[in-house]
Design a protein around this ligand. Structure first.
Ligand code: SF4
Length: 487
């Protein structure tokens, strides 16, 4: 086969425009459309002055800078220096900026100043998809994933190791100061670099010691007994790669089904917490999804990590069915309180031998409040063949203590035993798991770039916004116009 002629020095009489080099269905065009559709009010929410400042040197247009960041997040380019470089030599970036080349400082200043208010963009993606009826709001799935903090494991200390480090640093400072005093250089204008570093480290260690729980400062806020000196909000989390300093990133998704065979999912709620445990997150994530999408989704799929009586009861109260494995300790004791049948009308229980236990009042201890039910007459129990197995209390007979969530948990157990619940639960894994795989492997979020929980939340919000934009782009590229006017 003959070779094509190749000439790198070829000059063009009529060179193509940048616009001609970007295909019509390219994601950069979609990002530009998304950004260009932002109204003045949206820019104000982002804390951006869309017309620039009246005085001073001309600045880069915020539309250009925001487009670069969004497209960068969508394509796994999240560092300012890589974005700077992309703005010099990559056609989609050159097209997005109108052939301007903001440097990494400009890009960083824009992101640093506005990233915490960019959550509005995430809401906009969800409301757009909902308004266009692209999302199936009959069901949603929630899960969390552990993401590495921008900090090394070796920088995590407990109180004893912090004290040892402090002693070492103090010794090093004394030694450096002694060397400086003994020198012939006289008074130096500023601290030598090594000494300044050690003093900064001493300050960080002292601050970290203050933030660790102790006898004088008990662990009232469940602060970690260890602290990372690089990112003090990061907690040790168990991952497949072992224990690492990280965060627990949460997401709620609903399925997407659009014309042209586009399927997938859309994130409707997101958060980052420094608790490895998911159990306290179910209601909060459900509420957030409702606030963002404007719809109360009737069915929520969650794994066993979210199991908590309070949340099962709250979701039931809100009229939302939760599909989640029952983690209450199973028992097959024939006279366990679960074997007693509750009658809501009379607020009483009926025992396996048909005797009634009536409500007698509230009982509370340090841990919880419970409703107490007693058999009407102790003699009934004494004469029962189950006496000795069901109860041994001669004077009072059998009593039941029903916690505030027992009814909800019992109802949940019955529901989870149905085929319908089991079938619904099988949808959970394929609905939520691809999200984390895509965010980590395709958007490059194995590790957060920022530090501190507030900034890490902002970064996660940008990641889920980028994920939603990718989903909407797949719809857009089929030729379906996107209506960027969500209420
Ligand atoms: S001991 Fe009392 S509560 Fe238990 S099964 Fe017999 S009658 Fe019912």
């Amino acid at each position: 086969m003959p070779l094509r002629e190749m000439n790198r020095d070829q000059a063009w009489l009529l060179p193509p425009t940048l616009d001609e080099l970007v295909p019509p269905d390219h994601p950069a065009r979609f990002v530009a459309e998304f950004v260009d559709a932002l109204e003045r009010e949206d820019w104000r929410e982002l804390d951006v002055q869309p017309d620039g400042e009246p005085m001073g040197a001309p600045a880069y247009h915020p539309r250009a800078l925001l487009s670069v960041w969004l497209y960068g997040f969508m394509t796994n380019v999240r560092s300012c220096r890589k974005l700077e470089s992309a703005c010099r030599d990559q056609i989609p970036y050159l097209w997005l900026t109108g052939w301007q080349q903001p440097d990494h400082n400009t890009l960083w200043r824009f992101y640093q100043k506005h990233r915490r208010s960019m959550r509005g963009l995430f809401k906009r993606t969800v409301r757009t998809a909902v308004a266009m009826e692209l999302v199936d709001l009959a069901v949603q799935a929630v899960d969390g994933t552990k993401v590495y903090a921008n900090a090394a494991l070796i920088q995590t200390y407990d109180a004893r190791r912090l004290q040892e480090l402090l002693d070492r640093v103090k010794g090093a400072i004394e030694s450096l100061e002694a060397q400086n005093e003994g020198g012939d250089d006289g008074v130096v204008a500023r601290l030598p670099e090594k000494l300044a570093e050690r003093k900064a480290l001493r300050q960080r260690v002292r601050q970290a010691m203050k933030e660790l729980p102790s006898k004088e400062r008990p662990n009232r806020y469940k602060r970690p007994a260890r602290i990372n000196l690089t990112d003090k909000d990061a907690r040790l989390m168990r991952t497949r790669q072992g224990i690492v300093p990280g965060y627990n990133a949460q997401a709620m998704v609903s399925p997407v089904a659009a014309d042209g065979g586009v399927t997938g999912m859309l994130v409707t709620a997101s958060d980052v917490v420094d608790e490895p445990n998911d159990a306290a997150r179910l209601t909060m994530m459900t509420r957030q999804a409702e606030e963002v999408s404007g719809a109360r989704v009737p069915m929520t799929l969650a794994d066993a990590g979210y199991f908590a009586g309070r949340h099962v009861a709250e979701l039931h109260q809100r009229g939302q069915q939760v599909v989640m494995p029952d983690m209450a300790r199973p028992t097959n004791h024939p006279y366990h309180k679960d074997q007693f049948i509750y009658d809501e009308g009379t607020d009483s229980y009926t025992c396996p031998h048909g005797e009634v236990l009536a409500f007698t009042g509230m009982k509370s201890n340090k841990a919880k409040k419970a409703r107490e039910y007693r058999i009407v007459s102790a003699s009934v129990c004494r004469e029962c063949p189950a006496f000795g197995v069901c109860t041994r209390n001669i004077s009072a007979g059998r009593t039941l203590e029903i916690g505030p969530y027992d009814v909800a948990l019992r109802r949940h157990r019955d529901w989870m035993a149905t085929d319908e619940a089991q079938q619904a639960y099988r949808r959970r894994l394929p609905l939520i798991e691809p999200l984390f795989a895509i965010i980590k492997n395709q958007l490059g979020a194995q590790r957060f770039s920022l530090r501190g929980i507030v900034d890490v939340r902002a970064e996660w919000d940008m990641l889920v916004t980028a994920f939603n934009l990718r989903t909407l782009w797949r719809v857009w590229r089929t030729g379906a116009g996107i209506r960027w006017d969500p209420a």
